[in-house]
Ligand binder design. Structure first.
Ligand SMILES: [Mn+2]
Length: 232
């Protein structure tokens, strides 16, 4: 069985593990986590450390993990510098992260040794921006946020990082007609209209599975083999 989930945003790791147990997730199954494990809630780094130990769970990079990586110099000294000590590009990267809910991760990271932090950040540096998979004869493209600046003749490797982790697809204008279904998170589905609150959005060419855990709603695991939804 193949599962996808996205945007856990610091969701309690023990509850996440319990859901995997409930669905009977085992070593022959595969789970793709489509980015944004961290920020907002407090368990983001615990989620990442759990994922790192699971050979059949793949984490794709989200814009929040990318913001953490953009700030990795903060964690390489004896203490975390404050904003007034940062200048130029470093100050800009810090401001962007803080304004997007980075404080919870900044606080949590201080519980770890510098070797543990380096190990986590090195792991995140290796996380892919997209995956192409096939389940039961159907082809899917997985990314954090969809495909910005979509062109069906463009190779996935030619998309910019921005177009894979920051884009906000539109119900009206985003139509990914390359024969594969694009699955992503990043945009909480309630932003497409209150009738989508807490539920995934399915269109002819894409599926948004960010049901709003970052907004305090219940996360959802989607099983691609039968499109069954599991709510936490
Ligand atoms: Mn995101």
């Amino acid at each position: 069985m193949t599962y996808v989930i996205s945007d856990l945003h610091g969701y309690p790791v023990e509850r996440f593990q319990k859901v995997l147990d409930t669905v009977g997730f085992c070593k022959d199954d595969r789970l793709y986590v489509l980015g944004d494990c961290i920020d907002r809630g407090s368990d983001g780094l615990k989620l990442i450390r759990f994922i790192m130990t699971q050979p059949n769970i793949t984490l794709l990079l989200g814009n929040h993990e990318a913001m953490l990586l953009d700030n990795r110099l903060l964690f390489e000294g004896d203490r975390i510098p404050c904003a007034s000590e940062l200048y130029g590009e470093r100050r800009k990267a810090y401001s962007i992260w803080v304004s997007n809910g980075g404080y919870s991760t900044m606080d949590a990271i201080q519980q770890y040794t510098s070797a543990q932090v380096k190990y986590m950040l090195d792991f995140l540096e290796r996380c892919p921006l997209y995956k192409e998979i096939e389940v039961d004869g159907k082809s899917y493209i997985l990314t954090h946020s969809g495909l910005g600046d979509f062109d069906k003749d463009k190779a996935l490797s030619d998309y910019s990082r921005y177009d894979l982790i920051w884009t906000r697809p539109s119900l009206e204008t985003s139509y990914y007609d390359d024969g594969r279904i694009v699955i992503f998170g990043h945009t909480p589905t309630v932003l497409y209209g209150s009738m989508y609150k807490g539920a995934p959005v399915f269109t002819d060419t894409w599926i948004d599975i960010d049901v709003g855990a970052g907004l305090g709603l219940s996360p959802m695991l989607l099983r691609l083999d039968d499109m069954k939804k599991f709510y936490f």
